[in-house]
Design a protein around this ligand. Structure first.
Ligand code: FAD
Length: 417
């Protein structure tokens, strides 16, 4: 349906994973939704393209998992962690089921890598079909306020035509550069709480299997180099690190990527490989600090709220969690007729309740990742000790509390294993 001047329950700005999923949850609740994106789908998004436990659980809840698994991509059954000293531990995901903390779903572990151009177009298509109205090629440029509360958006389409829309609530799902965050004064770009990463699609890399590989390399510390398989022998290759350290050490990520793939142990695997593009970079606002993500008449979701995991760089799962919880709160707020920041604080509380243990652990791991000897020791021991690698697998699956990994006793015990 075309966008009209009607009053919408929700205006969702941005149709990436956060916005598309929020639209789908809102449609299930019968809310009147306007979905806006400045791009026309399919569009690219710089990403590692990997979907893991949380994303799988939410897609399952939305009855989309089977269709997503049919999209061109690669199934993942193993995670490989490589140390700076080049030891490798393989975590076989079939050892545990994944217990999802938000949906309560218990599903076989195992992820999938799907190019975002494909995944996002699929999710956006599903959302467009269920939204009350949807506009692509429409860039939101400003917010409309009434009595100090956000009550709409204004922007323009590709032809330059300007339009305004009114909504009871506005959800900012517009990524790292979020206009909703900027216009409400919530935008932050703090190098201590962000990563920078490059992606480059490749073909013909040797020894690709159904595994994602994260290698903690000396060129980017703290950070990692990744190789994720794709359909037809392709791969998503990338490198990323904390922005603060990148600035301090003057690291050139393109050069770091070039160095890593041209030295042992990777040079051999890249001998016949061919890059399919110039490396492209983007920012990852991470949740190593709690940010305020709600205000009068609006909520921020996904990257707009800085929700990426600081250790793994994964943001899609948290974006989907934020969509589920923001829409739950929005429905309650609309029913109560209370769109105040005080009411919407439920969203933030519920999200942090669900994520804070994991985020605290990831923040500690990011700090630990700066200590080369510690990384070398943990990965070397885990590579040789099935009990330890099983424990790590259990943590990824939420079968064992993740905070075990941040307990100093854990490392002391490791020393004597
Ligand atoms: C190099 C790299 C590797 C990564 N690897 C992974 C990974 O393997 N797995 C993982 O889970 N996460 C990964 N991430 C993080 C992940 O990409 C993000 O967390 C995820 O895209 C967040 O989704 P989102 O919907 O919040 O935002 P986005 O995906 O950024 O979507 C925002 C949408 O808003 C639209 N928009 C923006 N501004 C406006 C506007 N003014 N008006 C209208 N529309 C607008 C955009 O067109 C876009 O469609 C990676 C990130 C990077 C940079």
């Amino acid at each position: 349906m075309n966008a009209t001047d009607d009053l919408y329950d929700l205006i969702i700005v941005g149709g990436g994973p956060a916005g598309a999923t929020a639209t789908l949850y809102a449609a299930r609740r019968g809310l009147k939704v306007l979905l806006l994106d400045k791009a026309r789908f399919p569009r690219d998004k710089v990403c590692g393209d990997a979907l893991s436990g949380k994303s799988i659980a939410i897609l399952h809840e939305l009855d989309l998992l089977e269709q997503v698994r049919q999209l061109p991509g690669a199934p993942i059954r193993t995670i490989v962690f490589g140390s700076p000293a080049h030891d490798e531990v393989r975590i076989e995901m079939s050892r545990h089921d994944h217990r999802d903390l938000l949906t309560g779903k218990v599903l076989p572990m195992g992820g999938v890598v799907i190019r975002r151009q494909i995944l996002d177009a699929f999710l956006f298509g599903e959302a467009r079909a269920r939204a009350t109205a949807c506009l692509e090629d429409f860039a939101v440029q400003d917010l409309i306020f009434a009595e100090g509360r956000v009550c709409g958006v204004r922007g323009q389409d590709r032809s330059g035509e300007k339009r305004e829309f009114r909504g009871r609530l506005v959800l900012g799902c517009d990524g790292f550069n979020s206009i909703v965050a900027r216009k409400t004064g919530y935008y932050q770009h703090d190098p201590r709480h962000s990563l920078v990463a490059l992606r480059c699609y490749y073909e013909n890399i040797a020894d690709l299997k159904d595994q994602i590989e994260l290698h903690y390399v000396d060129e980017v510390k703290p950070g990692y180099f990744w190789i994720f398989p794709l359909e037809n022998g392709g791969a998503n290759v990338g490198i990323g690190m904390m922005h603060e350290h990148l600035k301090k050490r003057g690291v050139n990520l393109k050069e770091a990527l070039r160095q890593v793939i041209s030295r042992p142990p990777f040079a051999q695997r890249f001998a016949q490989a061919r890059p399919l593009e110039e490396p492209v970079g983007w920012n990852l606002p991470v949740a190593s600090k709690r940010r305020r993500i709600h205000g009068e008449g609006f909520m921020l979701l996904g990257d707009a709220g800085g929700l990426i995991d600081p250790f793994t760089g994964e943001g899609i799962g948290n974006a989907l969690y934020s969509a589920r919880l923001a829409v739950e709160t929005a429905a309650q707020a609309l029913e109560a007729g209370d769109l105040s920041a005080a009411f919407l604080s439920r969203y933030e509380e519920r999200l942090w309740e669900a994520l804070s243990d994991e985020l605290r652990t990831s923040t500690r791991l990011q700090q630990i990742g700066q200590y080369r000897p510690l990384l070398n020791m943990v990965i070397r021991k885990a590579a040789r000790d099935p009990e330890l690698s099983d424990l790590i697998c259990g943590m990824i699956a939420n079968a064992v509390p993740k905070k075990t990994l941040t307990n100093p006793l854990f490392y002391l015990k490791l020393l004597f294993r």
